[in-house]
Ligand binder design. Structure first.
Ligand code: URA
Length: 223
């Protein structure tokens, strides 16, 4: 699936397709084998006009049971550090690369990411955030189209098409490693600083500390 075709919405762009419409297209998805073991599809939750979109990997056990992302221990960690960025949970939107839980929380398989990611791509286009925060390697690799590890990518902003991207550690992984937790918190402070210096509607097209190629040479998210 390239661009999702919703009748009456042939022209894709910011906020032209609502999250409800994307959820309706997802329906009772059977595009990969995870449909056989999931309890609930975990579509995403939050402010449909959020400035900051958080992207995780995939639902865990609690998320699968409740149908909402980041409601387990990782979610508690995330909720606790949001204030470091001056954010509340109701300000942001949270989604995952995969909408269904991989059994035993195994890593997402490439064919699952391929099947599921068009929905995340459409969520990004609908929300049209100023910043995408990618939590952990799978989300970062999907959004930034790189295989470089999170330890090397974190701590600065990157540019992906129109979006500023801040990769950081996954809050679940950080719970197991105090050093990573420290760095995760430092990244959230950096995010808060960025949001303060760039009030809504004034975010520059290119991240100040973005390395690599100029924005126009980079593909759009997920392409
Ligand atoms: N980990 C994730 O990546 N996403 C969730 O929703 C929960 C845990």
């Amino acid at each position: 699936m390239g661009v999702m075709h919703i009748p009456g919405h042939e022209h894709q762009g910011p906020r032209e397709v609502s999250l409800d419409e994307i959820r309706a297209v997802l329906g009772d998805c059977r595009l990969c084998e995870l449909c056989q073991t999931r309890t609930n599809i975990v579509f995403g939750v939050g402010n449909p006009h959020a400035r900051v979109l958080f992207v995780g990997e995939a639902p865990g056990r609690n998320e699968d049971l409740q149908g909402e992302p980041f409601v387990g221990r990782a979610g508690e960690n995330l909720n606790g550090i949001l204030a470091l960025a001056g954010l509340r949970r109701e300000d942001i939107y949270i989604a995952n690369v995969l909408k269904c839980r991989p059994p035993g929380n195994r890593d997402p398989k490439p064919d699952e990411v391929l099947a599921c990611s068009p929905f995340l791509r459409e969520q990004i286009r609908s929300i049209w955030p100023d910043i995408i925060v990618t939590l952990g390697n799978p989300a970062t690799h999907f959004v930034l189209k790189t295989e470089i590890g999170i330890t090397r990518l974190r701590g600065r902003f990157h540019q992906m098409g129109r979006f500023v991207v801040m990769p950081t550690f996954h809050p679940a992984a950080a719970l197991r490693n105090p050093k990573w937790q420290e760095l995760l918190e430092a990244d959230f402070r950096m995010l808060g600083d960025y949001l303060m210096r760039h009030p809504a509607g004034t975010a520059p097209a290119v991240a100040e500390s973005a390395g690599d190629a100029p924005a126009e040479h980079l593909p759009r998210v997920g392409e």
